[in-house]
Design a protein around this ligand. Structure first.
Ligand code: SF4
Ligand code: SF4
Length: 271
């Protein structure tokens, strides 16, 4: 049997990467602007001050003192060693990685330790199909959006399910270019621009933290006076909170329009 190619979701290409499991999005202020400033500063300080392993303690202490430390979820660690890997600030990643330090691996000083940092493959590696992974890598070329979306299994699987149902096949990854890529990118960009995003500070996608553990959030359709939406999983991934039925319908329209546009464009292209 032909072996499936391993697709590196963490560092897929020179245009983006993911740092979600290093706690990147777990700061209370995880806006792009705030994270860019944080990563830029610590990368600069790391380059200026860390010449050998013995310098790491001082680096860590300085970063912890300097940066705002308020987190979304207290139980999730935010690692101080994630920074930018390139001058263009397109890729986020581990400042302790051997590829960045002339072959010297310094991840053993970190909170998770070298073994975990080196060997961890998040659930997206297992649940997102090979074609979906390759498609996502083609669709998104922006570390901030990429990390938010590639770790959101429901969002990815649901979008590909809806468009596949409409075109009667799984879209080939190489179809994601030009207009089709733009439409798909518009969909995934909703992760940042969704108008019905909850402002609750303990929410992240479908999860919320009740003070001691994660819980799965839900939309109260009884309260809104309607049936469960077929876009329920997408809504939860987008951290939705609908105050009225009208808002819910508007949300459905935004998703439906995108999916229909994709399907029409895909079919037209295939002719
Ligand atoms: S969350 Fe997944 S894709 Fe992102 S850095 Fe971690 S293991 Fe890689
Ligand atoms: S030390 Fe581990 S958790 Fe920290 S940035 Fe590196 S890989 Fe991520």
């Amino acid at each position: 049997m032909k072996e499936k190619k391993f697709i590196h979701l963490c560092q897929p290409d020179s245009g983006k990467s993911c740092g979600a499991c290093c706690g990147l999005y777990n700061y209370a202020d995880s806006t792009r602007e705030s994270l860019v400033e944080r990563l830029r500063n610590r990368t600069r300080i790391f380059c200026e001050t860390v010449k050998e392993r013995a310098d790491l303690k001082a680096f860590s202490d300085r970063i912890k003192k300097l940066e705002p430390s308020r987190k979304l979820y207290e139980v999730i660690y935010c690692c101080e060693y994630i920074g930018f890997l390139d001058e263009e600030e397109k890729r986020v990643g581990c400042l302790l990685h051997p590829l960045r330090n002339d072959g010297v691996d310094m991840r053993d000083v970190s909170f998770y330790g070298k073994e975990l940092c080196d060997g961890h493959l998040c659930p997206s590696y297992h649940f997102i199909s090979c074609e979906e992974k390759l498609s996502m890598i083609r669709i998104i070329d922006d570390w901030y959006l990429y990390g938010l979306c590639i770790t959101d299994i429901d969002l990815v699987k649901e979008y590909f399910r809806f468009i596949s149902e409409g075109i009667y096949e799984a879209p080939r990854p190489d179809r994601f270019e030009g207009r089709l890529r733009d439409i798909a990118l518009n969909f995934f960009s909703l992760k940042i621009s969704w108008p019905f995003r909850s402002t609750d500070t303990n929410r992240f996608g479908k999860y919320y933290f009740d003070g001691s553990q994660y819980m799965i959030s839900h939309i109260d359709y009884d309260d809104l006076g309607c049936e469960r939406s077929k876009f329920d999983k997408i809504f939860l991934s987008l951290t939705s909170k609908f105050r009225t039925l009208e808002e819910l319908r508007k949300g459905e329209e935004i998703i439906r329009e995108n999916i229909e546009e994709f399907i029409a464009c895909y079919k037209a292209d295939a002719m």
